[in-house]
Design a protein around this ligand. Structure first.
Ligand SMILES: N[C@@H](CCC(=O)N[C@@H](CS)C(=O)NCC(=O)O)C(=O)O
Length: 225
């Protein structure tokens, strides 16, 4: 089984983390996003969307990070994707929330238009409006994460046990590192994220991402602190 990926990618990091923590037998194939390897063949035959990650399991090809996590967890029989119908539905619920509601505003409207040239809207005023909109929505959604999905007593986003929703959510949330987001006003989120960052493989999985965040530190961003 192969995972086509890049370590800087927000949507690859949760899968890399899950694979590393569970020592799964998955070969990593780097797709060089910096040279545009994902924009041309042969990669585009695997994913015409021109996006990583892509999982290759024999002749079975799977895209979409959330789906890949579920597939791997199921394939390797991980308790991090509970079999119980209702528990599994709760994991799916929070993963969908992270993937659509949260990530759209936080990643695509606030973080990426400030960091990645191909996400910058033109003219400049359109970018400003997008980022301001994203920041407003993201502030509200961080509050939902902090008070609703987590709250003062919950250790993990779908209950008392760590699930693939935590791997997914922590990866998506930390794209905010690129613009210096901190969670001072979100104590439950801080507590949860520290728990995820204490995973033995966190440092190795996130080294490229952390290096990128470090390289952006001197820049001024619209952020949440
Ligand atoms: N919905 C997709 C999104 C994948 C995605 O956005 N991948 C980014 C990296 S985080 C990518 O490949 N970007 C390449 C580009 O923007 O040119 C998923 O969850 O897998």
């Amino acid at each position: 089984m192969k995972l086509h990926m890049h370590k800087v990618s927000t949507t690859c990091r949760p899968i890399l983390q899950f694979v590393a923590e569970n020592k799964l037998d998955v070969e990593m194939v780097v797709v060089d996003l910096m040279t545009g390897e994902h924009l041309k063949e042969p990669f585009t035959r695997l994913n015409p969307n021109k996006l990583v990650p892509v999982l290759e399991d024999g002749d079975f090809i799977l895209t979409e990070s959330s789906t890949i996590l579920k597939y791997l967890a199921e394939k390797f029989g991980s308790p991090a994707y509970p079999k119980d119908l209702k528990q599994r539905a709760k994991v799916n619920e929070v993963m969908d929330w992270f993937n659509t509601t949260f990530y759209r505003e936080y990643g695509y409207h606030m973080v990426y238009p400030q960091v990645y040239p191909h996400h910058v809207r033109q003219p400049e005023t359109a970018n400003t409006v997008t980022v301001d909109w994203g920041k407003g929505q993201a502030g509200f959604l961080l509050d939902v994460l902090d008070k609703h999905w987590l709250g003062p007593r919950r250790n993990f986003v779908a209950g008392d046990k760590m699930t693939i929703a935590d791997f997914f959510g922590a990866g998506l949330l930390t794209c905010g590192d690129l613009i210096g987001v901190n969670y001072k006003h979100y104590p439950n989120t801080s507590r949860w994220l520290s728990r995820m960052q204490a995973l033995p493989s966190w440092g190795a999985v996130n080294d490229v991402h952390n290096g990128f965040a470090e390289s952006l530190k001197a820049k001024q961003f619209v952020t949440i602190k």
